[in-house]
Design a protein around this ligand. Structure first.
Ligand SMILES: *[C@@H]1O[C@H](CO)[C@@H](O)[C@H](O)[C@H]1NC(C)=O
Ligand SMILES: *[C@@H]1O[C@H](CO)[C@@H](O)[C@H](O)[C@H]1NC(C)=O
Length: 490
């Protein structure tokens, strides 16, 4: 008790200090930037301002803002310096890019001119080999090729992922009572987690071991967006412990599998890894942890954002319904029949909704890359060791590139509309490190939406807007009131 009270007091103090520091750190530079007219003094570096000694402009960059905006930090500096400007983040020189050409250039030249960069505390939490955070180590490359070549394969997407997602979503969503209030964020997280651990480990929802693993992943996930202070009781500290527990649980599954020799009949990923890879047990465990954390969090945010945007766009919901009913063919007695892979491939408008959700909601706001050599671009010099933030959000919300960028308009993606140059759209990154889970994320989102729109209408039960912190979150978990749709779709 005492201990947790002390921790709460400490947390409150930290909050207070954070507020005071933000005032000094964010307001003063803003005034400075508005009052002065001095352009950057370095000749070949992009123009910019490097902020305060040591912390630079880190806190300004990380100030939370609505997910559907690029934030004051970017807006103010873009209008002052242009789409490419220099700054100082996390104790080092950095270049911010809201320029789609520079972003493409950086991402395409990863491994040649640039490498991934992650802050130390996140590397420590996720592990250097983590598939979700893309470091450049050899083990990471090996992990990535295994995931692409054996887990997220086309054949696995078309069979087990499609079937499992269908079963899990159906069970979860049809269990909601007419008129009840549900948290979409929690439901989407549960859905993703259940599908992934089923495919990776043959673990079923509701079993004791699965629920234990779920709790550890929740703690682990919280650590990623916490203040990186490692003392007993801190969120970051609990996340580091959760990480150990996750590894232990997966190792246990692995050892049971080897002991009972059950892997022969199972078509799951861990079985494949045991048979076909030369990875050590710790590595297998590490790899599966990475897959779960990478896909669960991002894809559940994508699903939640889609449902959030759709609520204010009833025309899109209607069109989705029609498309999904058509894709499953005629309804049977127990409702619509199962969505097949061919049916899924015909969901063009659904893909428009997913793209538009990614553009406006920005699950991944920026990536950080580090120049491994000195690079010239558009007359600027990017010095060796300098980090470049490829700010996708700033591009996706640029009114010169996307008409009325603040409007949720899935129709802009229809090929016939001619409104989009898709190469300005980089929700999944790009180049050699394009997110390997992109197709998986689209499939899971489509299936969740499928069951939701064919069964319910929904209305938000509480005001809850997505906030970027910079991780995108709904503070209240996106609570919605669901109403059975049977009367309106029959
Ligand atoms: C995995 O190994 C088994 C037997 O060792 C083999 O039959 C199978 O084709 C391999 N699978 C892949 C995807 O390489
Ligand atoms: C959605 O975006 C992807 C790029 O990530 C693009 O290839 C695809 O054509 C877009 N889909 C639609 C329906 O516009």
């Amino acid at each position: 008790m005492l201990h947790s009270a002390a921790a709460t007091t400490a947390a409150a103090m930290i909050n207070l200090v954070a507020v005071l520091v933000s005032i000094v750190v964010v307001l003063l530079p803003t005034i400075y930037l508005i009052l002065t007219r001095k352009k950057g003094s370095y000749s070949k570096l992009p123009p910019g301002w490097s902020g305060w000694p040591l912390i630079g402009e880190t806190l300004s960059l990380l100030m939370s803002c609505p997910a559907t905006s690029m934030g004051n930090f970017m807006e103010l500096r873009i209008s002052r310096f242009g789409k490419i400007f220099s700054t100082n983040i996390l104790g080092g020189q950095a270049i911010m890019s809201a320029d789609p050409e520079l972003n493409r250039f950086v991402l395409r030249n990863e491994m040649k001119l640039f490498e991934s960069y992650w802050p130390q505390h996140l590397l420590k939490l996720f592990g250097e080999k983590n598939i979700g955070i893309q470091t450049g180590t050899d083990v990471h490359k090996q992990f990535r090729s295994i995931v692409v070549g054996a887990f997220l394969t086309a054949s696995r997407l078309q069979t087990s992922f499609l079937d499992d997602a269908h079963e899990v979503a159906k069970q979860l969503i049809t269990s909601w009572k007419d008129g009840s209030v549900v948290s979409i964020v929690d439901a989407a997280k549960k859905f993703l987690f259940d599908v992934i651990v089923k495919n990776a480990l043959s673990m079923e929802s509701g079993e004791a071991e699965t629920e234990k693993l779920r709790i550890e992943f929740t703690k682990y996930r919280r650590g990623a967006s916490s203040i990186p202070m490692n003392f007993p009781g801190s969120q970051y500290n609990r996340a580091l412990k959760a990480k150990e527990n996750i590894i232990r649980i997966i190792l246990h599954v692995l050892e049971e599998r080897l002991r009972t020799g059950e892997d022969a009949e199972r078509n799951d990923f861990i079985g494949w890894l045991i048979k076909n890879s030369s990875l050590m047990h710790e590595q297998i465990s590490e790899l599966i942890k990475g897959i779960v954390s990478a896909s669960e969090d991002t894809t559940s945010t994508l699903i939640s954002l889609a449902i959030y945007f759709l609520e204010s766009c009833p025309k899109a919901i209607e069109q989705l319904r029609e498309e999904h009913l058509q894709a499953v063919g005629s309804k049977t007695q127990e409702g619509p029949s199962k969505l097949t892979w061919d049916g899924y491939k015909r969901l063009e408008f659904t893909q428009c909704v997913i793209n538009e959700t990614l553009r406006l909601g920005n699950v991944a706001r920026f990536l950080i890359k580090k120049a491994t050599t000195s690079v010239q671009f558009k007359g600027y010099e990017i010095p060796r060791g300098c980090r470049v933030f490829t700010h996708m959000t700033a591009v996706h919300l640029d009114p010169h590139l996307f008409e009325d960028p603040q409007v949720f308009n899935p129709w802009r993606w229809l090929s016939t509309s001619g409104m989009i140059k898709t190469n300005n759209f980089m929700a999944f990154g790009g180049g050699p490190r394009l997110c390997p889970g992109a197709e998986h994320a689209r499939l899971q989102t489509a299936i969740f939406l499928h069951h939701l729109i064919l069964n319910y209408n929904w209305k938000s039960a509480e005001q809850d807007k997505p906030v970027a912190n910079p991780k995108v979150q709904f503070r209240k978990g996106l609570l919605v009131n669901v109403r059975s749709a049977s009367s309106s779709t029959n």
